[in-house]
Design a protein around this ligand. Structure first.
Ligand code: HEC
Length: 110
């Protein structure tokens, strides 16, 4: 009987930890889907294959923090490029995070 009382808090703690983990996983999945959706605009210039084309650099396979930092520098107009400043200015920080996650996972194709 006594052991049942001890087991209950442990069971509750386990369930809470599990729920928190599931929520984090589904948030990440949501970000990925959002990233993919938003990326359709980007890949009209940046090659989805990760190849460089014309004057447009490759943006796949970047560490996500670096990607976010560059997008924010366009957004804050610290980095100069009219096209990218306009695009970045329209994106929320959540959308930039989602794009960073998506492009970081795209493999560079040779
Ligand atoms: C109209 C064409 C165009 C579109 C659309 C576009 N970009 Fe760009 N992007 C460029 C060009 C050109 C550059 C190079 C600018 C420079 O020299 O600073 C660039 C640069 C970048 C860079 C920096 C690359 C580097 O090597 O420093 C990132 C990151 C980036 N774009 C992300 C995006 C994302 C994310 C989107 C979609 C939301 C997007 N771009 C949409 C043309 C485009």
């Amino acid at each position: 009987m006594k052991s049942a009382f001890l087991a209950l808090p442990a069971l509750i703690a386990f369930c809470v930890a599990w729920l928190v983990q599931m929520e984090a996983a589904s948030a990440r999945k949501g970000d990925r889907e959002l990233g993919q959706y938003l990326a359709s605009e980007c890949v009209s210039c940046h090659q989805a294959s990760g190849r460089q084309s014309g004057g447009v650099p490759s943006i796949t396979g970047w560490p996500d923090e670096q990607f976010v930092a560059v997008m924010l520098s366009y957004k804050n107009k610290e980095r100069d490029n009219q096209v990218m400043q306009t695009i970045a200015a329209r994106l929320s920080n959540e959308e930039i995070d989602a794009l960073a996650l998506y492009f970081a996972e795209q493999k560079q194709q040779k």
